[in-house]
Design a protein around this ligand. Structure first.
Ligand code: NDP
Length: 247
């Protein structure tokens, strides 16, 4: 453990960007607290992280449940006594056109992508205020900045994450709390995200799109590492990164 070792909580850590970020940050000496619904996956990831002497723990978490998210924060405090970084990463992207009426998908996106982020902020901010230090890393998307047919609800949730993050940044700056806020807005990254698209037409189109050039979650993790390791008096407020060939 380095003297700069931070306690970092990551939601949606059972695959993709969350998993890659957990593994990289642990390798760099940070202590990880991982949450997601798939406990077996979390167990495998923490076993792999801890096998080389790095430190990580996990708990099953559903970010749509306020108590469940709070319990993840409580676990971090019980185990490590502080929360330096909270990464609101859990998310899903079941695109569909409005005419398909996939109301369940709309609600899941609102619950996970938007409510989940608010619950994360609610669970960690009081601790960061007390510490007079901390950082939120909120995973939005390039879809926070643009929209296309089928992506209306997803873009709305991700634009919401952007707005929530910017308001939080301004509030914490005004309070002098030293709490940093970083939005991460990736383009196409090869993860399990497309697997959960329920509309067959969208799934086919997205698989074809991602197959052209999707980048790896490890690239996103490297960018996040730079935002975490930056000295505390400066914040990277947004990282927008795309595969170079993505239009
Ligand atoms: P993955 O599907 O690989 O990861 C999503 C993670 O979210 C999983 O660990 C999943 O775990 C978790 N999750 C989903 N629902 C819940 C829930 N209710 N409670 C807790 N955890 C949940 O995709 P990515 O790694 O790509 O996605 C990570 C983030 O990146 C998302 O916010 C996504 O919108 C964003 N993003 C991804 C892009 C891409 O191209 N891949 C582009 C732009 C943004 P479990 O099922 O175990 O609960």
């Amino acid at each position: 453990m380095t003297t700069k070792s931070k306690v970092i909580v990551i939601t949606g850590a059972s695959s993709g960007i969350g998993e890659a970020t957990a593994k990289l940050l642990a390798k760099k000496g940070h202590r990880l607290v991982l949450g997601a619904r798939r406990e077996k996956k979390l167990q495998e990831i923490t076993d792999s992280i801890n096998s080389d002497g790095s430190q990580s723990i996990y708990a099953p978490v559903d970010v749509t449940d306020l108590k469940s998210v709070q319990s993840l924060a409580d676990l971090a405090l019980k185990q490590y006594g502080r929360i330096d970084v909270w990464m609101n990463n859990a998310g899903l992207m079941p695109h569909s056109e409005f005419i398909k009426g996939r109301v369940d998908d709309w609600n899941r996106m609102i619950d996970v992508n938007l409510r989940g982020v608010l619950y994360g902020i609610n669970s960690a901010l009081p601790t960061m205020r007390k510490q007079k230090a901390g950082q939120f890393i909120n995973v939005a998307s390039v879809a926070a900045h643009s929209v296309h047919p089928g992506g209306g609800v997803y873009s709305a949730t991700k634009a919401g994450v952007w707005m929530i993050s910017e308001a939080l940044r301004q509030e914490e700056a005004a309070a002098g709390s030293n709490v940093r806020v970083t939005v991460v807005s990736p383009g196409a990254i090869a993860t399990e995200l497309v697997n959960h698209v329920t509309d067959p037409d969208q799934k086919k189109a997205m698989n074809a799109y991602y197959d052209q050039f999707a980048s790896s979650p490890q690239r996103v993790a490297s960018a996040i590492l730079s935002a975490v390791d930056l000295p505390a008096d400066t914040a990277i407020n947004e990282i927008v990164l795309r595969p170079t060939r993505q239009g």
